[in-house]
Design a protein around this ligand. Structure first.
Ligand SMILES: O=P(O)(O)OC[C@H]1O[C@](O)(COP(=O)(O)O)[C@@H](O)[C@@H]1O
Length: 336
């Protein structure tokens, strides 16, 4: 007996009236991301059985060793979006520069550009720990029909029209927002359909989970060190619990459901932090704010940061509002 839950396809159509701009195009785009997610999910689930584990043997522009699954996921998302002729440009964490679809189809009249982190949590691929895909969608700022330009991608996070992630975990979920709240859909692998399982997801204002790679502790700004000590003190509802999966999507997802804070501060090894503003921080910040959470670099709202480069990194804090504000207060008081 099929569950009476709404499918993702139905939900996208039913809610397209709420989109700020024309709807059909964005609906088709979200549906294509849904399709690519299912294709990638299929490979992720049998990663140990097919030759898709381990290094690909190449490095990306960030100087990181690309994993085979990074490259596979990157190709699948780009192919799916390009073949369906629904975007005018794509930027990916795994691609040196952006892809202008007009260079492939000069009559391309599409209005949206997509930025993706095709496989987030790469260090967890080989050890069967949950990984994810992150996407962010903007309306282009240059004239429709002309080749996209860098400025179509270097937009502040506050200009996003949609953002989301796929988490390939104990179950596969697609979670997204178009600026009208956050909804989560679980894939029924038996029939390959996403169903609405988590409507109106919100961050509890407070939580008791903190997620940070404490291996870098000595490197952290003093404000962050003081906040981590605060989390560990025996007082009131503290100490909080330390949970760090090492996949942003999975740590974010858990913290959104249970209440918590994720931090990737800057440090001597990552003077600007590790996470990419355009592919990781802005989409997660949009989701966080739409789910009553908060996100910043410790001082400035993530979505107010002016992007200057395609692959720029920023310090990133995200999660339950009161926890992020507490950390920001420590940053104000103790600084770097
Ligand atoms: O291993 P570290 O330095 O703690 O970094 C882990 C963080 O880096 C990430 O893996 C991002 O990098 P990738 O997109 O290359 O996987 C996040 O998902 C995760 O939170």
């Amino acid at each position: 007996m099929l569950p009476k839950k709404q499918t993702l396809g139905e939900f996208i159509i039913e809610n397209q009236h709420a989109f700020k701009y024309s709807s059909g195009e964005l609906s088709s785009l979200l549906n294509s991301i849904r399709l690519a997610a299912k294709v990638v999910n299929h490979e992720v689930n049998k990663a140990g059985l097919v030759d898709i584990i381990g290094a690909f043997g190449d490095t990306n522009i960030q100087g990181e060793d690309q994993q085979k699954l990074d490259v596979y996921a990157n190709n699948k998302f780009i192919q799916t979006l390009t073949r369906r002729n629904i975007v005018c440009g794509i930027a990916s964490e795994e691609e040196d520069s952006f892809i202008s679809i007009n260079s492939i189809d000069e009559n391309n009249q599409n209005k949206y550009v997509v930025l993706i982190d095709p496989l987030d949590g790469s260090s967890n691929i080989d050890v069967n720990v949950s990984v994810g895909t992150i996407f962010s969608i903007y309306r282009r700022v240059t004239p429709t029909g002309s080749p996209v330009q860098l400025k179509d991608f270097l937009q502040k996070g506050s200009a996003q029209v949609a953002a989301g992630y796929v988490v390939y975990g104990t179950s596969t979920m697609l979670v997204y927002t178009t600026g009208n709240g956050v909804n989560g859909f679980t894939l029924n692998p038996a029939i390959g359909t996403f169903y609405l399982s988590h409507p109106n997801m919100t961050f509890p204002e407070d939580g008791n989970i903190y997620s940070v790679n404490e291996g870098n502790y000595l490197d952290f700004p003093l404000g962050v060190k003081k906040y981590i000590k605060y989390c560990q003190e025996e007082e009131g509802d503290r100490p909080y619990t330390s949970r760090y999966i090492g996949s942003l999507v999975s740590d974010f997802h858990r913290n959104m459901i249970k209440g918590g804070i994720y931090m990737y501060p800057k440090g001597s090894r990552n003077p600007n932090g590790k996470l990419r503003l355009l592919y990781e921080c802005n989409p997660m910040a949009f989701l966080a704010e739409q789910a009553n959470g908060k996100s910043s670099d410790g001082y400035t709202r993530t979505m107010d940061v002016e992007p200057t480069e395609l692959h720029q990194r920023v310090p990133f804090v995200c999660g339950s509002k009161n926890m992020v504000e507490k950390l920001e207060a420590f940053m104000q008081e103790f600084g770097e």
